[in-house]
Ligand binder design. Structure first.
Ligand SMILES: [Fe+2]
Ligand SMILES: [Fe+2]
Length: 288
């Protein structure tokens, strides 16, 4: 299924809005931005609210298991890394070329900042890959099942998740299998045993699972799990090992959130470096 230009633009805009919203919730230094965000009556906030309303209503335990079955066989499309990057980049918004960065530029700004700080090459590559799972959008998935904060399903939703009030329309809230603190899980069972709400994090994790060091895999899989890496509200599910690995998730989050800059990285100049890195760690063709 091909998305129309209009749908691609909508998807792109929603991704931008979500990222701006996360940044407003977790501003780099000043609390002022956060205050402004709370008090400012703007139309984009309504779009974000509407987005989370759907996300929180439809991301049930059953929905997640269904999507895992549907997508994790990875039999949809085969692409080289660069084909995937270009495919994702068809989600551009050309309405405002002065400010908007496309997806490739976000990936490169993230990974180049990691590189500039002298981190290991797998960390740089992880930065470059982290949002490639958003191609789900191009497979016709609704935006609430691609982007947005992620959270465990199958147990009580934390009130530290953004817009927690919307979970009241999620049927799992009424289901006694799923609405206790632990739900279907055991205390400290480890996140590997926990199903997360479905989106681009879980998807890219599975695509890269056999190819990157574990620290990088945690970054991919949990980078939108703000309720834990920022709010620490799921310690009851985390193992000791998860806690150690989340130090890397936190390290990564800084690059994801705070590297947006108006200067555009020179994509063609950087391409050979990233293709080299990819050939060190990844197979020539990736399965989506
Ligand atoms: Fe992301
Ligand atoms: Fe990102």
């Amino acid at each position: 299924m091909e998305l129309s230009e209009e749908e691609k633009k909508e998807a792109h805009d929603m991704m931008e809005l979500w990222e701006d919203n996360v940044l407003a919730r977790y501003p780099e230094q000043s609390k002022k931005q956060k205050e402004d965000f709370r008090n400012y009556d703007n139309p984009t906030r309504d779009t974000v609210r509407e987005f989370y309303k759907q996300n929180h209503q439809y991301q049930t335990y059953g929905f997640v298991l269904e999507k895992e079955k549907e997508f994790l066989a990875l039999d949809r499309k085969k692409m080289t890394l660069w084909e995937a990057v270009e495919y994702l980049n068809t989600l551009v918004d050309d309405s405002d070329p002065g400010i908007d960065l496309d997806q490739t530029q976000h990936l490169l700004q993230t990974s180049e900042a990691i590189r500039a700080d002298g981190h290991p090459d797998w960390f740089i590559l992880t930065g470059f890959l982290h949002d490639l799972g958003k191609v789900l959008c191009l497979f016709g998935e609704p935006q609430w099942a691609v982007v947005g904060d992620t959270f465990p399903v199958g147990c009580k939703f934390s009130d530290k998740i953004v817009y927690p009030e919307f979970f009241k329309s999620n049927p799992d809230t009424q289901d006694e299998r799923f609405n206790t603190l632990l739900g279907v899980y055991e205390e400290h069972c480890g996140l590997n045993n926990v199903h997360m709400s479905w989106g681009h994090d879980e998807y890219i994790y599975h695509i890269m699972k056999d190819h990157l060091p574990e620290e990088g895999l945690y970054m991919l899989r949990y980078h939108s799990f703000y309720a834990q890496h920022r709010e620490k509200s799921y310690d009851h599910l985390m193992s000791k090992h998860d806690h150690e690995m989340f130090e890397w998730v936190q390290k990564f989050n800084v690059y994801d959130l705070y590297t947006k800059a108006p200067e555009r990285p020179d994509v063609e100049k950087l391409r050979p470096y990233y293709e080299d890195l990819a050939s060190k760690y990844l197979p020539d063709v990736l399965r989506f």
